[in-house]
Write a protein that binds this ligand. Structure first.
Ligand code: SAH
Ligand code: SF4
Length: 408
């Protein structure tokens, strides 16, 4: 019965546009009081901002390094606490700048320790960030947009219409908020190893399509990887994309992090319905782009994410086709049991089915872990994110007025 429901929704989907009508808003760079947020500025932008308040040219590099260490390594939000800077310089910084991260609206903690944060960003928009503790790592699942312009039919975020790109500060700020909440700002002079950190990994798998917000995601991840920033190895950062093919090469060249692809189907016919961007860049085009992705090797494999939908994409034949399609690409396949959400048109595949599917892939020589859903009791699992407080649709003018953009 439910499968039929899924099919009829899929049939309707065929007619829907790849991107629904969305409100894409620019973001005000300066706060109402005229002070600028330093979080998320690249080294160059920060140097420019410091030069503009009269910092001597020859000091710029050093000042940028010092500020980054206070902001990203020590978690300091108050310029007055930056004891290696002269007092009058600290006062000048405070007059002109702020160090601001998204505000926590609410936090839920799952029985399994997963934490889901509802965060408020400029303009009153809300996003979700998830922290997933595991035995050997702690992962922050970061959002890249408010909502998503794409409309994958199994994804809750895809049903949310209000969209704007997050700034680099709002993206790296999510990691900082989680560190605040976990109380994890290392003592000065201590450099804990990545694997012993509470926040040891970042996945760009929250709300939004990161490759449709490329520059901001890149700048944020550069800060996450920098030795004076959050200083996580690029191998501990994974960017997940639904397959924005022209940007994949740039991601390799300009970010250099690990890549995950939301693959989910083995024929264009089915993928067109599940991941509508497939109608723009189909399976063959996507796989060709992956074959060109730099540095792919047995130790740096691309992850294929595959959501298991009962009766839709989970047959033995699908598993065999999948193996054939990706042959020659160093890869692992992450099988994600479908996480339901209210009104979702699909059902999760049975556990035995998932195991049989995994087995075929494994026997063909690929790692095929089945992802344990985390934080299900608080709707924090993959694809369940969508701000619960999403408001009634507003007209563009109303939203602009609210965000302080009117007249710009
Ligand atoms: N937009 C990007 C990143 C965010 S989605 C992308 O699509 O890759 C993160 C992952 O969650 C993707 O693999 C997505 O396909 C998966 N996902 C979405 N909805 C899901 C659901 N209801 N159940 C399980 N996984 C889901
Ligand atoms: Fe957007 Fe990813 Fe959800 Fe598709 S799966 S709607 S690309 S967030």
């Amino acid at each position: 019965m439910n499968e039929l429901k899924g099919e009829s929704r899929m049939a309707r989907k065929e007619l829907s546009p790849i991107t629904p009508e969305v409100v894409a808003l620019p973001r005000r760079p300066v706060r109402p009081d005229g002070r600028r947020n330093l979080v998320g500025l690249t080294r160059d932008r920060l140097a420019e901002a410091l030069a503009a308040i009269g910092t001597p040219e020859r000091q710029l590099r050093m000042r940028v390094g010092q500020l980054w260490q206070w902001i990203y390594q020590k978690g300091v939000r108050d310029f007055a606490a930056m004891t290696n800077l002269a007092k009058d310089y600290r006062a000048k910084l405070a007059e002109n700048f702020v160090i601001a991260v998204p505000e926590i609206v609410s936090r839920q903690v799952s029985a399994d320790g997963t934490r889901k944060y509802l965060l408020r960003v400029a303009g009153g928009h809300e996003i979700e960030t998830v922290y997933i503790p595991e035995a050997d790592r702690g992962t922050v699942c970061v959002s890249s947009q408010v909502g998503c312009t794409l409309t994958c039919s199994f994804c809750h975020t895809g049903t949310q219409k209000l969209v704007r790109n997050l700034t680099a500060g709002e993206i790296v700020g999510q990691v900082m908020v989680v560190r605040d909440d976990l109380g994890e700002w290392p003592k000065p002079g201590r450099h804990p190893k990545d694997e012993t950190r509470l926040v040891s990994n970042i996945v760009l798998m929250g709300m939004g399509e990161p490759l449709y917000n490329f520059e901001n995601v890149r700048d944020a991840m550069k800060i996450a990887m920098d030795h004076e920033g959050i200083s996580l190895s690029r191998r501990r950062i994974t960017l997940s994309t639904s397959g924005v093919v022209p940007m994949i090469e740039r991601a390799g060249a300009e970010i250099g992090c690990m890549l995950a692809i939301s693959f989910h189907a083995t024929t264009d016919e089915v993928r067109d319905r599940l991941v509508p961007i497939n109608r723009k860049w189909n399976i063959a085009t996507l796989l060709e782009a992956l074959r060109q992705y730099p540095r792919l090797s047995n130790s740096e494999r691309v992850t294929f994410e595959y959501v298991m939908l009962k009766g839709i994409n989970d047959s033995d034949e699908d598993a065999r086709r999948l193996v054939k399609l990706i042959s020659g690409i160093p890869a692992k396949i992450n099988l994600i049991p479908f996480n339901p959400w209210p009104g979702a048109p699909y059902e999760r595949s049975e556990q035995d089915r998932i195991r049989a599917f995994a087995d075929i892939i494994y026997k063909a020589g690929y790692a095929s872990p089945i992802r344990t859903p985390r934080g299900e009791d608080i709707m924090a699992a993959c694809g369940q994110l969508k701000s619960a407080t999403e408001r009634a649709r507003k007209r563009r003018a109303e939203i602009e007025a609210e965000a302080g953009l009117a007249g710009e």
